[in-house]
Unconditional design. Structure first.
Length: 153
């Protein structure tokens, strides 16, 4: 939506900052593959992909991201009509990014009760609360370069 010009980056990150915490695992949950609630499934998946994006950007100095995974999955025949095992998705994404980020994050968050401190994540990305719902960006934050890379082509 940012790239298409439909939404401003501050609007998207403001929404994510408020909503993504719903994806953090409940105390009795063991991982995304075993979750039973709508919020944990939907927002947990969104949080997983955001975490993969951040970790890929960190590992590749902003050279690779989720877009590279998606392109590779499509090139290998993946689409909405295909159901792939997570290991196959991980293999394709890791190969496309020359990392092990996807498989590591999948093991951490889907197979186990991996968690993401959303407050720390957004703070490190330089997403700073500015009022009740609004945010502003701090381009001096440790991972501001990741946020900038995510929102520009």
């Amino acid at each position: 939506r940012i790239e298409a010009g439909n939404k401003k980056a501050t609007s998207v990150f403001s929404f994510w900052r408020r909503a993504m915490r719903q994806g953090r695992p409940e105390p009795d949950e063991t991982g995304l593959d075993e979750t039973g609630t709508w919020a944990s499934t939907y927002w947990g998946g969104a949080l997983f992909w955001l975490d993969v994006e951040v970790e890929l950007r960190k590992a590749t100095h902003d050279d690779k991201g989720v877009r590279d995974c998606v392109k590779a999955l499509l090139a290998h025949g993946g689409n909405s009509r295909e159901e792939w095992e997570p290991e196959r998705i991980a293999r394709v994404c890791d190969e496309a990014t020359s990392t092990h980020v996807f498989s590591d994050e999948y093991a951490r968050m889907a197979l186990h009760r991996g968690d993401v401190d959303t407050n720390a994540l957004f703070r490190d990305l330089g997403v700073v609360p500015d009022g009740s719902k609004a945010v502003r960006f701090d381009d001096k934050a440790p991972l501001a370069h990741v946020r900038i890379a995510m929102t520009t082509r």
